[in-house]
Design a protein. Structure first.
Lengths: 389, 359, 522
C-alpha cells in the first residue's frame, strides 16, 4: 500500500516538474533561440542598413540594445503596458478559441470592426451624451460588432462545417473594406481635405489617462479581463463545456453538451475580445482613423495565445513580452536603423522554436536509445489541444 | 428591331438582369481573359493544397510560400539585372535571363519553405494548421523586414513576363474566339497553370503516384502495410507542391505585376484552399472554383474600366467601390458555406502519421 | 533450442529472443516462436499479451530491441513491410488495412501495382487479374466495387486476396474471426486448411480457446509478453489453455445467475434511423426489455446496431417509430434528457464517445452530471464536491490510479473503461445501454465489468447489450435478439440458444432455409 502511495507521489512530482518546464522554461528558451537566430539574420543583411558594413556583428547587438532601451525606461514601461493591452484582450480571444478547438485567425477583422463600432458611437452620440455614457457604450458596441464578426464564421462552421480558418481570413478582407467604406462614408469628418474620422477626444470619447504619459484606462480593462477569463474557463460549467467540446466534441455531445451552439458561443466570445481590443485601442491610443488604418493584432494575438499556452495568465505574460518588443521597435528603428518588421519576423521564429519543443527534443535526444523512434513527448497535439498543456 | 430587348430592359429587376447580361456579353473578351488571369494564382494555390492534402498534409502555409516566392523571385531579378543587365527579351512571353533567374529562385525558395512545412508536419508532428500559420507569420515578417531594408535603395527590377499576343483571327473566331483568347492571352505561368491542371488531374487518378498519394491520405497505415513509404511520399508531395505555390507567388511579382509589395498575396492562398475544397480536392474542380471566384474580380475590374450605362450604370454607381473589392472574398465564404457539406476531405488529412506506435 | 526430431528441414519461420519495449511496458520479453511449412500455428493470449506486437515485429512495422528472425534457417533483417512482403510474409490485420474509397482491385494491387508503363496503372488488367484470383478461391467479389460498400466478411476476403496476390508463404491472421458469424468462421477455416495444405505457413492469432483447438496444429500461449507454453490440440483442454493464458484458474463462463424480469421497462416500436450517408440503417426495429433482464443483440457489424443505440440514447435523430422508457415516450430525447430519465450508456468506442482523454480523471467522472448539484451551483463548478465524489468512485470501482488528478489518457484500457462504468453505473438506473463493453480488455477487467452488469440487472435495470462478438452475447444475455439489415429477425432464450442457429440468423436474416452444415462449436 505504501509502495503505491510512494509511486503516486513520485508520479505527481514528475508531472508538476514537467508542467513547470513547459509553462516557463520552454517559452523562455524559444525566445532566447529566436533572438540568436534573429541576430544572425540582422547581421546577414546589415549591408542594407545605412552606415553599416556587410555582415556587421555589432548591428544585432546595437539593435537589441536599442530595443531594450526602448521599453526599459519609465515611459517605455507605460508604453509596454499600452502595447500589451490589446494583445492581452485579443490574445484571450484567440486563447478561448484554442480551448474550444477553434482557430480564430480573424482577429484583424474583428479588431477593425470593433474600432468602427466604437467610432460610430463616439461620432454619433459623443457630443450630446457625455463621457459616462459614450465611453462604455462605445466599448460595448465595438466589442459586440467584433463578437458578430466572430459569430459569422462560428455559425457557418456549426451549420455547414465551413472551416473557420478560411472563413475568418476571408472575413478579414471583407471587414477591411467595410472599415474603409465607413471611414470614407458615414464616419468621415465633414470638410476634411482627406477622408478621416473625428478625433474621439473632441467628442467625449477618449479614455482617461491613469498612468504616466499615455497609460489609458484600457490597462485596467485588460487587467480585469485576465481573471475573468480564467474564472470563466476553469471555474464555470460554460468553460468546462467549451474545453470539453474543444478536446473531444463527440464525448462532449454524449455528455449532453450542445456542441454546435458551443462553437458559435466560443467564436462570438473570441470576436468580442478582439473587438474590445480594437475599441480600447481607438479610444485610448489612436483616437482617429483613416481609410488605411490597419493592425497586426491578428497574428500578434495568435503568437500571444500560443506562447501563453492558451492560459489567461500565460497570455498576460506573453502579451507583456510582445508589448515590450513593440514598444522598443520604434526606438530600435530610430537608433539602430533596423526596421520594426523585425518584431514580426522574431515572432515567427519564437513560435517555431516553441512548437517543435526544442527543450524536450534536446532532453529526449540525450536519453534516446539507438533504434528508437521519435520521443513520445514530440507526439502531435490535435488542433483542439493546441497550446494547452 | 430592338423593340423586344428594349421592352425587356425597361422592366424592373428583370430589366436590370437583362442589362447585366447584355453588359457581360459586350465585355466578354476582357472579362473572360481577366477571369482566367486572376484565377491563375488561386488555381496554383489550390493545386498545391490538393497535392499536399491528397497525401494527408494540410498546408495553409501556402499563402506564406507564395509571398516568400514573390519576394525572392523579384529580388533575384533585381540582382540578376544588376549583374547581367536586362538582356533582349525573346519574342515569346518577353522572356529575359533575369526573369528566368527570378523564376528559378522563386521556385527554389518555395520548395525550401515547403520543406520546412513538411518537416514540421511530418517529422516534428506539429499541428499542421499551427505550423502553416507560423510560416505565414514568418513570411510576412521576413519579407516585410527585408523589403523595408531594400525599399529605400533605388532598385531596377527585371520587369515581367508578357502575355501571348493572340492573333486577331483567333480572337475573332466565331463563338469560341473569346474562349481561345481567354486561355491563350496569358503569360507563361498562366498557360503552364492550365497545362498543370490537366496534367495533375490525370496523374492523381491514373498514375501509380496518384494511387499511392490517395492511399496515404486516406489510410496511411494501410499504405505502409503494403510497403509504401508514407513519410517519404508525403515529403515528396509537400515539397513538389511548394513549387506550385511558388509559381503563384512568381505570377504576382513577375507576370501580373513587375514589383513586390508587402502582403501582396492578400489572401489568395486561402481563396485557393477554398477553391480546393469546393472542387472536392480534384485539380479540375479546383480550377473551376478558382474561375468562379476570379469572375467576381473580373467583373469589378470591368465595371471600373468600362462602366455600364442606363439603369444598370445608375445601380452600380450607387454600390460603393469597396463592395466590389470585397466581393471575391464574400463569394468565397458563401460558396464554401453552401457547398461544404457535400465535399469530404481525405480521411487522414491533417493527421500526422506515426510509423511505430504501441498496440 | 532443441529442434523437433521429425523436422528434416529448418522451420519456415523462427523468431528467437524477440524483445520489444515501449515506454512503461515490455510488450515482448524474449519470445521464441517457430512455424513449419504447411502448419497452422496458433498464437494464444489475452488482450494486451503482446501477440500483435510480435507480429508487427515480424512484419517490419515495429523494430525489435533484441532478437533475431530466421526464414528457412537464414537470418533476415526485416526493416519494413516491403521487406516482409518481398520475403513472402503477409498479414491480415485485426483492423482491416483497406481504403474504403478505393475499389477492391485498387486495394489489392496497392504497393505492387499492375502497370501499363512506368507511370500509369493498368486498371483493366488489375481488375481482370483480381477477378480471376477471387474466382479461383471461390470468393464472390466484384473487383470494381468500392470497399466501403462491402460487408465485414467480404472486406476480410479482400484482405486475404491481398496476401494471395502477393503469393504469401507465411500468412499472419490477427484475430480474424472477431467480427464473423460462426458460418463465416468455418469458411475461413476451410480456406486456411486449404492454404496450409498448399505448403503455406499460417500464424493464427486468437484469444478464443475453442477456435484455437479447432484449427491449429500447434498452439503457443503468450502471457504478459512471455511464452508460457506450447501445446498440441490433442494433448490439451480449454481449461488448461485458459489457465496458461490468464495465469490463474478461471471460470470459462460467467455465472449470470437467475434473472427475475419484472414489468417491461424499454419498448422500441418500429424504430427507423438513417446513417450518416442518409441511408436507412435501422428499418423498423421492434423489441422490448423488461426490468431486471439483459437483452443481447447479436449481429454482424454494420447491420444498424450503432444507429439503433445512438437513436435510443439520443445521439442520433430517428426517422420514425417510438422509444418508450418506463411507460413514457422518450423518442427524440437529447442525450442529457435520456441521462436524466435514468439511462446509462457505455459506448463501443470509449476513446471517441466515452472519455475526454486529455482531461483529468475527475472531469471525466462528471462528464454527464457536471452541470447539476452538487457538482455545480448555477454556472459555478463546485470543485470540492467533484473531487470528493471522484475519490469515492475510484475506491468503489477499483480504478487503479495514482490520484484523481491524473490525465485520463495515462490510464490502462481496463481502468479507462472502469472510469466509464463508474460514471454510468453509480446511480439508480432504469436502462443501461452497453456497446461491446469489454472490447480489448484483459480478463480481469472483463470479469469485473461483467459482475457489475449482472449486479445492475439484479437491481432491476433493463440492460441492452449490443456486441458483434457473439461469445459475449451468448454468455451474458437472458434473451438474445438478432439484428439483420436494420431489423430484429429472431429472438430466443439466452440459456437455450444454439450458437450456430444464432449465427445463421446473423448471416442470412433467417430468410433462407437453414442448411444443416456443422457449426464451429466443439
Amino acid at each position: 500500500m505504501s509502495g503505491l502511495a510512494a509511486d503516486a507521489r513520485r508520479l505527481l512530482a514528475r508531472a508538476v516538474n514537467l508542467r513547470l518546464l513547459q509553462v516557463v522554461a520552454e517559452p523562455v528558451l524559444a525566445f532566447v533561440f529566436a533572438l540568436i537566430v534573429g541576430g544572425i539574420g540582422i547581421a546577414l543583411f546589415s549591408a542594407y542598413v545605412p552606415g553599416h558594413a556587410a555582415f556587421d556583428v555589432g548591428l544585432p547587438i546595437a539593435a537589441y540594445g536599442s530595443l531594450i532601451s526602448g521599453f526599459a525606461s519609465p515611459n517605455g514601461i507605460t508604453s509596454t503596458l499600452v502595447y500589451a493591452t490589446p494583445l492581452v484582450l485579443a490574445g484571450l480571444g484567440v486563447a478561448i478559441g484554442f480551448r474550444g478547438g477553434l482557430f480564430n485567425i480573424g482577429g484583424r477583422g474583428q479588431f477593425l470592426i470593433g474600432t468602427v463600432g466604437a467610432m460610430a458611437v463616439v461620432t454619433w452620440i459623443g457630443k450630446d451624451a457625455g463621457p459616462w455614457i459614450t465611453i462604455p457604450l462605445a466599448l460595448l458596441v465595438g466589442a459586440s460588432l467584433g463578437g458578430f464578426a466572430g459569430f459569422i464564421p462560428g455559425f457557418l462552421k456549426a451549420t455547414s462545417g465551413a472551416h473557420e480558418v478560411v472563413t475568418t481570413i476571408m472575413l478579414n478582407y471583407v471587414l477591411l473594406f467595410v472599415m474603409a467604406w465607413a471611414v470614407i462614408g458615414p464616419l468621415a469628418l465633414p470638410g476634411a481635405p482627406q477622408p478621416i474620422t473625428a478625433d474621439v477626444s473632441t467628442r467625449n470619447g477618449d479614455l482617461p489617462i491613469i498612468l504616466g504619459r499615455d497609460g489609458h484606462l484600457g490597462l485596467l480593462i485588460a487587467l480585469a479581463a485576465v481573471p475573468i477569463m480564467w474564472f470563466l474557463l476553469f471555474r464555470t460549467t460554460i468553460g468546462f463545456e467549451i474545453r470539453a467540446a474543444g478536446a473531444n466534441p463527440d464525448a462532449a455531445r454524449y455528455g449532453g453538451m450542445k456542441t454546435r451552439r458551443l462553437i458559435v458561443l466560443t467564436m462570438t466570445l473570441a470576436g468580442f475580445m478582439c473587438g474590445l481590443a480594437g475599441a480600447t485601442t481607438l479610444l485610448g491610443v489612436v483616437h482617429e482613423m483613416t481609410p488605411g488604418y490597419d493592425t497586426t493584432i491578428g497574428f500578434d494575438a495568435i503568437t500571444v495565445a500560443l506562447l501563453g499556452r492558451s492560459n489567461p495568465i500565460g497570455v498576460a505574460l506573453a502579451a507583456l513580452l510582445l508589448g515590450a518588443m513593440r514598444a522598443g521597435a520604434q526606438t530600435m528603428q530610430i537608433q539602430a536603423g533596423v526596421p520594426p518588421e523585425l518584431v514580426d519576423a522574431l515572432q515567427a521564429i519564437i513560435l517555431l522554436f516553441l512548437v517543435v519543443n526544442v527543450l524536450r527534443r534536446l532532453m529526449a535526444r540525450r536519453k534516446r536509445r539507438p533504434g528508437k523512434g521519435e520521443p513520445a513527448a514530440a507526439a502531435a497535439v490535435p488542433v483542439a489541444g493546441v497550446g494547452i498543456e | 428591331m430592338n423593340a423586344i430587348p428594349e421592352a425587356l430592359n425597361a422592366l424592373p429587376l428583370i430589366g436590370i438582369l437583362f442589362q447585366f447580361l447584355g453588359y457581360v456579353a459586350a465585355n466578354v473578351t476582357f472579362m473572360s481573359q481577366t477571369t482566367v488571369a486572376v484565377a491563375v494564382p488561386v488555381a496554383l494555390a489550390a493545386l498545391c493544397g490538393a497535392v499536399c492534402e491528397r497525401s494527408g498534409v494540410v498546408n495553409i502555409g501556402l499563402e506564406g510560400i507564395m509571398l516568400t516566392a514573390a519576394f525572392v523571385g523579384w529580388l533575384a531579378g533585381v540582382f540578376a539585372v544588376g549583374m547581367l543587365g536586362h538582356g533582349d527579351p525573346l519574342p515569346v512571353f518577353g522572356i529575359t535571363p533575369p526573369l528566368l533567374i527570378g523564376l528559378a529562385a522563386a521556385i527554389g525558395i518555395g520548395m525550401l519553405v515547403s520543406l520546412l512545412h513538411a518537416w514540421l508536419s511530418i517529422s516534428a508532428r506539429v499541428d499542421q494548421i499551427i505550423g502553416g500559420t507560423i510560416i505565414n507569420i514568418g513570411a510576412v515578417g521576413i519579407t516585410g523586414y527585408l523589403y523595408s531594408l531594400v525599399a529605400n535603395q533605388s532598385l531596377n527590377g527585371a520587369g515581367s513576363f508578357k502575355a501571348l499576343a493572340v492573333p486577331k483571327e483567333v480572337a475573332d473566331f466565331p463563338l469560341i474566339g473569346w474562349l481561345l483568347n481567354a486561355v491563350l492571352a496569358q503569360g507563361p505561368i498562366g498557360i503552364l497553370t492550365i497545362f498543370l491542371v490537366i496534367f495533375l488531374q490525370i496523374m492523381l487518378f491514373r498514375s501509380r503516384w496518384g494511387l499511392r498519394t490517395r492511399a496515404a491520405g486516406e489510410h496511411p497505415r494501410a499504405a505502409e502495410t503494403v510497403g509504401i513509404d508514407v513519410i517519404r511520399l508525403r515529403y515528396f508531395n509537400v515539397v513538389m507542391a511548394g513549387a506550385l505555390a511558388a509559381l503563384a507567388g512568381a505570377w504576382l511579382s513577375m507576370e501580373h505585376g513587375n514589383r513586390f509589395d508587402a502582403n501582396m498575396t492578400a489572401g489568395r492562398g486561402f481563396i485557393g484552399l477554398a477553391a480546393m475544397i469546393v472542387g472536392r480536392w480534384t485539380p479540375l474542380g479546383a480550377f473551376g472554383a478558382a474561375l468562379l471566384f476570379a469572375s467576381a474580380t473580373a467583373l469589378s475590374a470591368s465595371l471600373t474600366i468600362s462602366p455600364p450605362s442606363g439603369d444598370l450604370g445608375n445601380l452600380t454607381n450607387q454600390v460603393p467601390g469597396e463592395f466590389w473589392e470585397a466581393l471575391p472574398y464574400i463569394i468565397t465564404i458563401v460558396v464554401l458555406a453552401g457547398l461544404i457539406g457535400r465535399s469530404i476531405a481525405p480521411a487522414a488529412d491533417g493527421v500526422p502519421y506515426e510509423r511505430e506506435s504501441a498496440t | 533450442m532443441t529442434q523437433d526430431a521429425s523436422a528434416t528441414q529448418p522451420p519456415a519461420l523462427e523468431m528467437r529472443g524477440i524483445t520489444k519495449r515501449y515506454p512503461g511496458v515490455v510488450a515482448n520479453d524474449h519470445i521464441d516462436l517457430d512455424v513449419r511449412r504447411g502448419e497452422i500455428h496458433a498464437l494464444l493470449g489475452e488482450n494486451g499479451a503482446g501477440k500483435t506486437t510480435l507480429m508487427n515485429v515480424l512484419y517490419g512495422l515495429a523494430r525489435p530491441d533484441e532478437g533475431r528472425i530466421l526464414l528457412d534457417g537464414e537470418p533476415v533483417e526485416i526493416a519494413g513491410p516491403s521487406d516482409a512482403i518481398a520475403r513472402g510474409i503477409s498479414m491480415v490485420h485485426q483492423h482491416f488495412m483497406l481504403i474504403p474509397v478505393l475499389s477492391v482491385a485498387e486495394n489489392v494491387i496497392l504497393g505492387s501495382e499492375t502497370m501499363s508503363n512506368r507511370v500509369f496503372v493498368d486498371r483493366a488488367e488489375a481488375s481482370r487479374r483480381i477477378g480471376a484470383l477471387a474466382k479461383s478461391f471461390g470468393f464472390a467479389l466484384d473487383p470494381d466495387a468500392k470497399v466501403a460498400t462491402l460487408s465485414v466478411g467480404q472486406q476480410q476476403r479482400v484482405e486475404i486476396l491481398k496476401a494471395l496476390y502477393r503469393d504469401a508463404r507465411i500468412l499472419v491472421l490477427d484475430e480474424p474471426t472477431a467480427v464473423l458469424t460462426p458460418q463465416e468462421t468455418e469458411e475461413i477455416f476451410t480456406l486456411l486448411r486449404r492454404l496450409a495444405a498448399d505448403g503455406r505457413s499460417i500464424i493464427f492469432i486468437s484469444h478464443k480457446l475453442y477456435e484455437v483447438l479447432d484449427i491449429a496444429d500447434r498452439i503457443t500461449v503468450i502471457r504478459r509478453g512471455k511464452v508460457i507454453g506450447e501445446r498440441r490440440p490433442r494433448e490439451t483442454t480449454e481449461k488448461e489453455l485458459a489457465e496458461l493464458m490468464v495465469g490463474r484458474e478461471v471460470e470459462l463462463t460467467v455465472d449470470r445467475g437467475i434473472s427475475h424480469p419484472g414489468e417491461p421497462m424499454l419498448r422500441v416500436e418500429g424504430l427507423r434511423v438513417a446513417d450518416y450517408r442518409r441511408h436507412e440503417a435501422v428499418s423498423g426495429a421492434t423489441f422490448e426489455i423488461r426490468a431486471g433482464e439483459i437483452l443481447g443483440v447479436a449481429g454482424v457489424a454494420g447491420n444498424g446496431q450503432d444507429e439503433l443505440i445512438e437513436a435510443i440514447i439520443g445521439l442520433r435523430r430517428s426517422a420514425g417509430g417510438h422509444v418508450i422508457l418506463d411507460g413514457r415516450d422518450v423518442t427524440g430525447f437529447s442525450p442529457r434528457r435520456m441521462n436524466e430519465a435514468g439511462t446509462g450508456y457505455v459506448p463501443g468506442d470509449r476513446h471517441r464517445f466515452g472519455l475526454i482523454l486529455a482531461f483529468p480523471l475527475y472531469d471525466n467522472l462528471v462528464l454527464t452530471s457536471y452541470y447539476r448539484p452538487p457538482f455545480a451551483h448555477w454556472i459555478v463548478r463546485d470543485d470540492k464536491a467533484i473531487l470528493d465524489s471522484a475519490r469515492a468512485q475510484v475506491d468503489r470501482f477499483d480504478i487503479r490510479t495514482p490520484g484523481v488528478n491524473v490525465i485520463t489518457s495515462t490510464l490502462s484500457g481496463g481502468n479507462q473503461q472502469k472510469v466509464i462504468v463508474a460514471r454510468e453505473f453509480d446511480r439508480s438506473l432504469k436502462l443501461l445501454v452497453l456497446d461491446q463493453p469489454t472490447r480489448g480488455l484483459d480478463v480481469g477487467s472483463i470479469e469485473f465489468i461483467h459482475r457489475q452488469i449482472i449486479a445492475k440487472r439484479d437491481a432491476g435495470t433493463a440492460v441492452l447489450l449490443v456486441s458483434a462478438e457473439l461469445d459475449e452475447v451468448m454468455e451474458m444475455s437472458d434473451r438474445i435478439a438478432v439484428m439483420y439489415r436494420g431489423r430484429m429477425v429472431a429472438e430466443m432464450d439466452g440459456r437455450t440458444a444454439d450458437k450456430s442457429e444464432v449465427g445463421l440468423y446473423m448471416a442470412t436474416g433467417g430468410r433462407e432455409p437453414a442448411t444443416t452444415e456443422e457449426g464451429a462449436t466443439p
